[in-house]
Design a protein around this ligand. Structure first.
Ligand code: CO
Length: 281
């Protein structure tokens, strides 16, 4: 059977939202328009040339039942958490945090050379793993392989495999692919996707054509099923995130930083927080 191109299911305009202690960001998954792209629960694009838009940051807050993936393009985020990690991630670095049954953390953005920009993606965890031990992986920019195709396309492989090159983030249930893709002007970048995985493209620089649809930035493009996607550019280059993963097909009960399967489990998380039993030694 011939490989099938993935068509565009929908194109979403990110919404301006204020999160944490007053951080302005662009949210394209986890809104009234698009609740989730199973197993992805949220996608935030943060960044501004005005530090007042983000300096208040995200003071200590809990998570349960999800993984949060932070990928920096510019500036830095200093962080610390309840399992003993602390430090600073900078341009090109990735922090992959598995909350499991409970983690508390703080994330404070800071400019570098006047700039700060990045993404946070939430990946759902299956019911049987939601109450596992929290885990933390920090991947420095230099550990993330770059695939440079002959046509000038550059693909940073954070998770998954491209042209036989494997990304450093492994052992994630959804078997996700997470790529940062640069496509030069007047080119087509073809990306293979496992059939049955849910997938999206987040275009954040330039413009591109997906299937027959012209897409400006910033836009989130949700894809239909198939074997590959083509990101085609015309007069200007484009840069996008490409993300795919196995859908969980489980019920979703979400309340702020907790994503569980039932309302009862959300109530349990809230009472664990009140009783001081949220963080287990
Ligand atoms: Co957080």
């Amino acid at each position: 059977m011939a490989a099938q191109l993935r068509n565009v299911a929908s194109v979403v305009v990110p919404q301006a939202v204020i999160e944490g202690a007053g951080v302005r960001l662009k949210r394209s998954i986890g809104t009234g328009t698009l609740n989730y792209v199973d197993p992805f629960l949220l996608l935030d694009h943060f960044g501004s040339d005005d530090p007042r838009d983000y300096l208040a940051g995200f003071p200590m807050h809990p998570h349960r039942g999800i993984e949060t993936v932070t990928y920096m393009l510019a500036g830095e985020v200093t962080h610390k958490d309840s399992i003993g990690n602390s430090g600073t991630i900078g341009p090109g670095d990735v922090q992959w945090m598995t909350s499991g049954r409970g983690i508390m953390h703080e994330e404070m953005p800071r400019p570098r050379e006047g700039r700060m920009e990045g993404f946070q993606l939430w990946v759902n965890m299956p019911a049987k793993l939601k109450m596992t031990q929290p885990r933390y992986q920090e991947i420095a920019a230099g550990q993330i392989p770059e695939v440079r195709r002959e046509d000038g396309t550059i693909i940073r492989v954070i998770a998954g495999t491209v042209d036989g090159v494997c990304g450093p983030v492994v052992d994630i249930m959804a078997n996700p692919t997470y790529l940062d893709v640069f496509v030069p002007a007047n080119h087509t970048a073809s990306l293979a996707i496992e059939r049955g995985q849910d997938a999206f493209v987040y275009l954040f620089e330039g413009q591109a054509v997906l299937a027959t649809q012209a897409v400006p930035n910033p836009r989130l493009v949700v894809l239909e099923d198939g074997d590959y996607v083509d990101v085609r550019t015309e007069n200007e280059p484009a840069r996008c995130l490409f993300v795919s993963g196995m859908p969980l097909h489980e019920p979703i009960a979400r309340y702020g930083p907790f994503v569980m399967n039932t309302q009862g489990e959300i109530q349990q998380a809230l009472s664990d927080l009140r009783n001081g039993t949220f963080i287990q030694p």
